[in-house]
Design a binder for this molecule. Structure first.
Ligand SMILES: Nc1c(NC[C@H](O)[C@H](O)[C@H](O)CO)[nH]c(=O)[nH]c1=O
Ligand SMILES: CC(=O)[C@@H](O)COP(=O)(O)O
Length: 139
């Protein structure tokens, strides 16, 4: 049993609920425990994980968020920088699954967030578990 922290950027409640449910169900299905931490937006996710990881309280992390394209260049910043931040964490050996959706519209987000459809939250939890397995085998 490992301890995971789901760090969710609660920008769109109904979409977040589905992603967190999918991630949590996948962790539970595999016998793991988890807590949920909420941050304002996807840009805050990597920093929050970096800070909590230093505490050693969790074995792995699942990043959850939804970035929907708007009218300005802000989408590129939030989508790109949050992904870059999560990648930087994984390159530091922190087990993080990236479940931050970066989509054109709400319809795309629903299909991907819904645990009964693409279940990207569950997929991110699976990725975090794989990275944790690798860390435990090779460290
Ligand atoms: N537009 C979206 C954001 N923007 C907010 C930023 O992530 C950040 O919280 C703000 O710039 C303060 O630092 N966040 C999302 O998660 N989704 C979006 O669509
Ligand atoms: C992430 C985004 O693109 C969005 O939430 C911001 O919208 P806008 O570019 O219309 O300000």
């Amino acid at each position: 049993m490992a301890r995971f922290l789901i760090v969710e950027a609660r920008f769109y409640d109904h979409l977040n609920d589905m992603l967190v449910a999918g991630a949590g169900a996948e962790l539970k299905r595999n016998g793991h425990d988890y807590d949920v931490m909420t941050v304002p937006g996807a840009l805050e996710i990597p920093g929050a994980i970096a800070t909590v990881a230093e505490s050693g309280r969790y074995d792995g992390f699942v990043a959850i968020g939804v970035v929907i394209r708007g009218e300005t260049y802000h989408f590129e910043i939030v989508a790109g920088e949050s992904a870059r931040g999560v990648m930087a964490l994984t390159m530091d050996g922190i087990a993080v699954g990236n479940g931050i959706l970066t989509v054109e519209n709400e319809a795309q987000a629903i299909v991907r967030a819904d645990p009964a459809q693409k279940d990207k939250g569950g997929e991110a939890a699976k990725a975090a578990m794989v990275l944790l397995d690798i860390a435990q085998q090779y460290r």
